[in-house]
Design a protein around this ligand. Structure first.
Ligand code: FES
Length: 226
């Protein structure tokens, strides 16, 4: 790969042509909000719409996760238009998310908290009407708790199970506000192989998949007939 130089927020950066702009920025200590991208993804999913930045010479902001760097590129991560789009996308995500950090096991490491601070948006924003789901919390896995109500539909858990470990047991179901991640046939997570993958708690950027300790998991599996 050819070494090149670009500028992000006035900082001169040496990188390689065709690297992904999002990772170049993050690797050089410049935070760009993101929920749906993982470094190992062959193709960016581009779903969260939080990673907008402005590139000089472009009429419209671009998503950093789908943009490759080029020699001489000049990037601004705090342009007015890109921040406005990212804030709107973020507030729409929050309109579907129950914000109860005091009782959430991801509090402190939740990406939503970090993004809210970065964008200057209150987690309890009232800009959009709240549409919350009321789905049962799945505690059947020996290592995970899955709360579908907190899912932000980043798709990382689906990508991880399907593409990284080759288990096609979870995926998106339904459409629009009803869309959520579930196992096929709506089986409890504890009865799927994905339910044994503690990594999901790391991959999930919010409190939807969290690690549990093993205590009482066996009785739960027995209750559901596993
Ligand atoms: S990280 Fe770019 S759209 Fe989600």
């Amino acid at each position: 790969m050819k070494p090149i130089q670009i500028s992000i927020d006035g900082k001169k950066i040496e990188c390689f042509e065709d690297e992904t702009l999002l990772w170049v920025a993050l690797d050089h200590g410049i935070y760009i909000p993101n929920l749906c991208m993982a470094r190992e993804m062959a193709e960016p999913y581009g779903a969260c719409r939080l990673c907008y930045v402005e590139v000089e010479g472009n009429d419209w902001p671009v998503t950093a996760c789908t943009t490759k760097v080029k020699e001489g590129m000049v990037v601004h991560t705090k342009g007015e238009t890109s921040l406005r789009i990212a804030r709107t996308a973020f507030e729409l995500i929050l309109s579907n998310h129950p914000v109860d950090c005091a009782h959430c096991m991801k509090s402190g490491s939740c990406e939503l908290q970090k993004i809210a601070k970065h964008l200057g948006v209150k987690l309890k924003t009232k800009r959009f009407k709240k549409f919350l789901r009321d789905l049962p919390i799945d505690e059947t896995s020996p290592v995970l708790i899955y709360d579908p109500n907190k899912c932000v539909q980043c798709g990382k858990c689906v990508w991880y199970c399907q593409k990284q470990i080759g288990i096609s047991e979870i995926g998106f179901a339904y459409r629009g506000f009803q869309r959520w991640v579930t196992t096929f046939d709506n089986k409890p997570v504890g009865l799927s192989e994905c339910g044994e993958r503690i990594e999901l708690a790391e991959i999930c950027p919010v409190g939807s998949f969290v690690a549990r300790n093993k205590r009482d998991s066996e009785s739960r599996i027995n209750e559901i007939g596993g």
